[in-house]
Write a protein that binds this ligand. Structure first.
Ligand code: NAD
Length: 510
């Protein structure tokens, strides 16, 4: 499709990327951005090249050392505050841009922009109140543990919640005094570019932030391998993360990995069923299931399995599919047609292996939905926890119901996964909730709620779900080198290197 068939170029989709302080047309391949609700190309973008990576990193290091790192924390915080406030001011525009690019509902993209704005302000506040420690002296010294910027941080992000993932990485990395080179996903680069313009207008010095959309294999990998990149923070698939961990190991470079999941959500027989049904539906079908924390394995106590599943299926089938811009929509299109087809193929394979689709299970035939990348909420039964559909991440609106009999068996099944990202527990017995929360392999556990987030609460993945932690007050420390300083207070030379006083006396008597 030629440029004439694109939407008129809007200020938010100008074909420019930000390399080393300059907005310019990329010299890499040209990618077309498709609105997944309609299949229409709405913009195109020339991506970055490996040369751009080198320029962005080199200039980033210079810009950080030449000023940004040297600013006092409250001075950097002032810029981050302005970014947060400007995101609020531009919230509707950024949300609509993200809906266009990813298909997500406006309800969700508005929430993501609000979350990004809060992340910038929270990080600014945390930065202003972070102290270095005076440690207890064990000699005649002043001893301190201090923190300093690492240099250049590479932030590599996926397409499923771009503005929030960007903020979660870029805000603390900048707060710590680093330069950041962001590599947004090829499928959804626009909000990251918009965020860069907001950062620029908020007073972030030129060169401190570059945004290099491009393929992971070339641009992303060149960034990770670059000798002057001091840290990588990555959110994405487990296989990519594992590969990047190997590259990081070769450089002995720290890397934070937020990866995939196959999270259990557990409904006990004494759960408040209204609360559980709403939470389970939201946990797996919101974001059209394109969420690392989707509660996609639903363990239900056998005594209520039939009634609970029946009601779940009735409500799932009633969730309205439609474009993200329609306020009635609950399940928006998948991010791309290719991804939708991959989800459909995984369900087909599960059914061929013996599972039964109680609702959904096929690309909708509805004329209204024929031009978009839609897949309906799908509830499967008849698969056991060892089946591929229960082991591999689908990243779509697909849940499997798994009845269980007792707590011990339940925990064994819930933990029988390479992943360990999240878990939901629905019960009115708080002792049981506490016990199960302690026993499940998961970085985050929600009790009688699901998929709720707070920037002040750390987020981590266990097992194949990740390495390291993001968010929380300590989030900024992930982007610092720790340094210990000893300052002598005695004024005395170190004894080892001074003449032995008894020797001196002997010499004198000679
Ligand atoms: P992906 O791994 O394919 O890509 C993620 C990013 O990495 C993209 O920007 C991509 O271009 C880049 N990339 C790919 N190969 C690379 C390479 N060799 N070197 C450097 N960069 C490379 O993942 P995706 O399909 O974009 O996102 C979906 C995945 O992200 C799912 O598995 C999901 O669970 C995970 N995710 C995890 C979290 C979390 O916090 N744990 C949050 C959101 C998404």
């Amino acid at each position: 499709m030629g440029p004439a068939e694109h939407e008129p170029e809007s200020v938010d989709t100008v074909d420019e990327i930000l390399v080393a302080g300059r907005w310019q047309r990329g010299l890499g391949e040209c990618i077309e951005s498709v609105d997944p609700a309609t299949g229409r190309v709405f913009a195109s973008l020339h991506t970055a090249t490996v040369d751009d990576v080198d320029r962005a990193v080199t200039e980033g290091l210079r810009a950080a050392r030449g000023g940004w790192s040297a600013l006092l924390p409250h001075e950097r915080a002032r810029v981050l505050h302005r970014v947060g406030n400007a995101l609020d001011d531009e919230a509707e525009r950024v949300a609509r841009l993200q809906t266009l690019d990813t298909g997500k509902t406006l309800t969700e993209t508005r929430a993501l922009v609000a979350s990004a704005a809060n992340t910038f302000r929270y990080t600014a506040a945390a930065l202003e109140t972070m102290d270095s420690a005076l440690t207890t002296p064990r000699g005649p010294w002043l001893t301190m543990s201090t923190y300093q910027p690492m240099g250049v941080v590479a932030a590599i992000t996926p397409w499923n919640s771009p503005i929030a993932s960007d903020a979660q990485k870029i805000a603390p990395a900048l707060a710590a005094g680093n330069a950041v080179v962001s590599k947004p996903p090829v499928w959804a680069p626009w909000v990251t570019l918009r965020l860069a313009r907001i950062c620029e207008a908020a007073g972030l010095p030129a060169g401190v932030l570059s945004v290099l959309p491009g393929s992971g294999r070339t641009v992303g990998e060149a960034l990770v391998r670059h000798p002057d990149v001091a840290k990588v923070t990555f959110t994405g698939g487990t296989e990519t993360g594992r590969h990047l961990a190997h590259l990081a190991a070769d450089k002995l470079m720290p890397i934070t990995l937020e990866l995939g999941g196959k999270s259990p959500t557990i409904v006990f027989e004494d759960a408040d069923l209204e609360q559980a049904l709403a939470g389970v539906l939201y946990g797996v079908f919101s974001s059209s299931g394109q969420s690392c924390i989707a509660g996609s394995r639903i363990f239900v106590h056998r005594s209520i399995a039939e009634t609970f599943t029946g009601e779940l299926v009735r409500r799932a089938a009633a969730l309205r599919l439609g474009p993200g811009t329609d306020p009635r929509t609950r399940v928006a299109p998948m991010v791309t047609f290719a991804h939708r087809d991959r989800v459909a193929a995984m369900v087909d394979d599960a059914v061929a292996a013996g599972a039964r689709a109680l609702c959904g299970g096929a690309i909708p035939a509805d004329e209204r939905l024929s031009s978009g990348a839609y897949y309906p909420p799908t509830v499967l039964t008849g698969a056991d926890n060892a089946a591929t559909i229960c082991r591999e991440e689908v990243f779509g609106p697909v849940a499997v119901v798994l009845p269980f009999d007792d707590e011990e068996d339940l925990i064994a099944q819930a933990n029988d996964s390479v992943y360990g990202l999240a878990c939901g527990i629905w019960t009115s017995d708080y002792r049981r909730a506490w016990r199960v929360a302690g026993a499940v392999k998961a970085g985050t556990v929600w009790i009688n709620t699901y998929k709720q987030f707070s920037i002040s609460t750390p987020f981590t993945g266990l097992g194949d779900s990740g390495l390291g932690t993001e968010k929380g007050r300590e989030g900024i420390r992930q982007y610092c080198d720790q340094k210990s300083i000893y300052l002598d207070l005695s004024g005395e030379p170190i004894a080892w290197a001074t003449p032995d006083p008894t020797e001196t006396r002997k010499d004198a008597s000679r």
